[in-house]
Design a protein around this ligand. Structure first.
Ligand code: ADP
Length: 478
């Protein structure tokens, strides 16, 4: 069947009343490759049914192709591909799914050969690593910054001053050395480009520390057993982090991208700040418990208290900062986070293979310095969904449930919503403005030209959802 052929039972395209076709008339079949909060959410969702079996959609692709006498087409173009889905039979067989929370490795292995039906939704964009690998993220940001300076002037380029000076190693070693010599005495941080949870990270002040490391890391060219050296980034260390109780923290911010073209971005109100366990000091740069705020690192600290943990909710953080510095200063700081989100996504907008079946939930790590300026540390495509306690579980459960509400496979909403549970629509081909206000975060009551961004604001998601669904139902009826 060729591209764009109408499939009986399916209404396609924007103009149709029910673009998701028959999915509204039956249970929604899902697959999930994780065993944590997301699985609980999916299992607890009324009308959703788990597809038994392993990750074997590949097998299904071949079966479908055989049944239809077609060659499966790549879904790269983001277009309707073809075919009568086997889901039309109503059987939930292997690979017969509507929604798949897959892991990145699975997608990398299968994406290029699989085809997707109109209604199917799958986690991750094919080349998400353009944003989530530390070296590529910086490369893309530097490129957009340069382009902005060229086209809009140096002043506009200043809006990109949110990522610390970074070089890729070994490829940019010589440029780094020049920069290093220009700024004697400052601290740098070395991070493996593709690793996570603080693994392989160290701080240094002297070039000797890195040349010693370099000798161990890179064997001579003549060595027959020489392996390709791992890519690292070397980054200027933020030496003046904002401290609370003498301790450093970074903020985890959840961002949902449902489309890259046009860019459509949702920002979740809740998140958390992760504190280091030990008081901050620049005297002991080798102490990871002082300098790395990853929970995976901190929970191994000798004096770590699992009951106390090392997290604050973003609401708690916002309140604390507002009490200390005033609401306006906090608004400015959080507006800086919106800027980070949008600029970083724009930096890969033309590179990411936009596929209407794909979505991505990013975990942004942001660090405030002592002037409350937010810095982008990194972006994760698989932020941890394993809960560290009851509060963390409730946050993640709500976050993921609301993500499914935004995707709306049940087709219960109008598609015009600006807020769905804890997610606020931040950007749709341009900034979104709030029209309902939020008294907690806009105390002067003005609503005109306020961005629709409420990170750290009250998250009364259940009440909001009740009202939203009631309103959507009556709009749809009329
Ligand atoms: P990973 O992917 O291994 O978690 P990150 O880039 O997130 O690597 O770094 C781990 C932690 O190290 C961060 O959470 C932050 O606390 C700290 N960190 C990383 N880069 C910097 C930096 N440039 N300045 C200050 N702290 C940093």
């Amino acid at each position: 069947m060729s591209k764009g052929t109408k499939v009986p039972g399916y209404m396609q395209g924007k103009g149709s009343r029910n673009p998701r076709g028959i999915i509204g008339d039956r249970e929604i079949r899902y697959k999930c490759s994780l065993q944590n909060t997301i699985l609980d959410v999916l299992r607890g969702r009324p009308g959703w049914q788990e597809v038994p079996g392993q990750n074997n959609v590949q097998q299904n692709v071949q079966t479908n192709a055989k049944q239809q006498g077609t060659t499966p087409q790549s879904s790269k173009s983001g277009q309707q591909t073809s075919g009568q889905p086997s889901s039309n039979t109503g059987k939930a067989g292997d690979g017969d799914w509507d929604f798949y929370w897959c892991d990145r490795e699975w997608l990398a292995q299968n994406y290029d050969t699989m085809f997707l039906y109109e209604h199917q939704k799958i986690l991750h964009f094919r080349n998400h690593y353009e944003l989530t690998r530390k070296n590529l993220m910086v490369k893309n940001l530097k490129r957009l910054k340069k382009q902005t300076e060229r086209e809009q002037g140096k002043a506009e380029g200043l809006s990109f001053e949110f990522f610390p000076t970074t070089y890729e190693l070994p490829s940019e070693y010589h440029i780094f050395v020049e920069e290093f010599k220009k700024n004697p005495g400052i601290i740098w941080i070395m991070k493996p480009a593709a690793r996570a949870q603080g693994r392989g990270i160290f701080l240094f002040r002297r070039l000797k520390d890195i040349t010693d490391w370099k000798k161990g890391e890179y064997q001579p060219l003549s060595d027959p057993n020489r392996e390709v050296p791992e890519t690292y980034v070397v980054q200027r260390y933020i030496e003046n982090p904002y401290l609370i109780g003498g301790r450093k923290f970074d903020v985890r911010v959840y961002v949902l991208v449902v489309s890259y073209n046009p860019l459509k971005v949702w920002l979740y109100r809740s998140g958390f700040a992760r504190f280091s366990n030990t008081r901050f000091s620049l005297d002991s740069i080798e102490d990871t418990y002082v300098h790395l705020t990853n929970v995976a690192v901190q929970k191994n600290a000798p004096d770590y208290d699992p009951d106390k943990g090392c997290k604050w909710s973003t609401q708690q953080l916002r309140k604390y900062l507002a009490a200390k510095h005033g609401v306006e200063a906090v608004k400015k700081a959080f507006k800086g986070i919106d800027n980070i989100i949008i600029k970083s996504l724009q930096s890969v907008q033309k590179i990411i293979i936009n596929d209407k079946h794909c979505f991505e939930m990013y975990g942004y790590d942001v660090l405030f310095d002592s002037d409350l300026k937010p810095w982008l540390i990194e972006i994760n495509a698989s932020p941890s969904l394993t809960a560290s306690g009851k509060e963390d579980y409730d946050l993640k459960f709500g976050l993921l449930n609301d993500l499914l509400n935004v995707l709306d496979l049940e087709n219960r909403l109008t598609g015009k919503e600006k807020r769905i549970g804890g997610w606020d629509l931040l950007w749709e081909d341009g900034p979104i403005l709030a029209d309902d206000g939020n008294m907690e975060c806009t105390p002067n009551g003005t609503t005109a030209s306020i961005p629709n961004s409420f990170l750290g604001c009250h998250n009364d998601r259940k009440r909001q959802l009740r009202e939203l669904y009631t309103a959507a139902q009556s709009i749809k009826k009329s």
